[in-house]
Design a protein around this ligand. Structure first.
Ligand SMILES: N[C@@H](CCC(=O)N[C@@H](CS)C(=O)NCC(=O)O)C(=O)O
Length: 217
């Protein structure tokens, strides 16, 4: 049975690997699971056929036989639980790695997304300049805390895990603003993630989609 995921036909990130299919692709590559990708336009994502798979009309989704999943965190957790390599064997270490997945998605990602969304939808509003410092402070508070936790360790809790995979993809969302230039510990952490062969295969595959769909003529 072939695993199929969905991704943007024309990713707004222009192939920088910031869309959330990237974390699923990376996890699939880490565990050695071959997969197909069904590309969707923004219109197709909102059609009933796709909403039957994803109630919110978004990407990514994951299909494996009768199983349909949405939410990148749930998909990566599913992969990590069913293949070796992304979660430790020890029960407590496994629970801590899963904790880091949740921390990435529910503690670190929200202020990063909120700041990004403000730039996209509010930058021409009268309140934007006044609101920006507050949004920036929230992002930097999390980065300070995360940087302090990481210290000089390579990964968040022992060996590389799905928690690191998720955290690296979340931190990469800051790349355009170069915020991580102020956090060398975190910049090096992201670079370690990006250096993994599985990451690079996933990145090249999503970039190939963007390149192919942007070709003139
Ligand atoms: N919490 C969801 C977020 C999914 C999400 O925001 N997907 C974006 C792409 S990264 C999307 O489909 N955006 C288009 C839209 O919402 O219309 C997850 O982690 O999978």
């Amino acid at each position: 049975m072939t695993v199929t995921i969905t991704a943007f036909e024309h990713s707004p990130d222009r192939g920088r690997g910031l869309a959330r299919d990237m974390r699923v692709r990376w996890a699939l590559e880490e565990v050695g699971q071959p997969y197909d990708v069904r590309l969707l336009s923004f219109g197709a994502m909102k059609e009933p056929a796709h909403r039957a798979l994803h109630p919110f009309g978004q990407i990514p989704t994951y299909e494996d036989g009768d199983l349909v999943l949405f939410e990148s965190g749930a998909i990566v957790l599913h992969l990590a639980q069913h293949h070796p390599g992304l979660l430790p064997d020890d029960a407590n270490a496994r629970a801590r790695a899963i904790t880091w997945m949740f921390a990435a998605l529910s503690t670190v990602e929200p202020p990063i997304v909120e700041r990004g969304m403000a730039w996209i939808v509010e930058r021409d509003k009268s309140w934007y300049e006044a609101r920006l410092p507050m949004l920036e402070t929230r992002v930097r508070a999390r980065l300070d805390e995360l940087s302090n936790w990481l210290g000089d360790a390579d990964w968040l809790d022992g060996a590389f895990s799905a928690g690191d995979l998720m955290m690296v993809t979340v931190l990469r969302r800051l790349s355009a603003l170069r915020t991580l230039d102020d956090y060398p510990t975190l910049a090096a952490y992201v670079a370690r993630g990006e250096a993994r062969p599985a990451y690079q295969r996933a990145f090249e595959d999503q970039l190939a989609v963007f390149t192919a769909n942007s070709a003139p003529g």
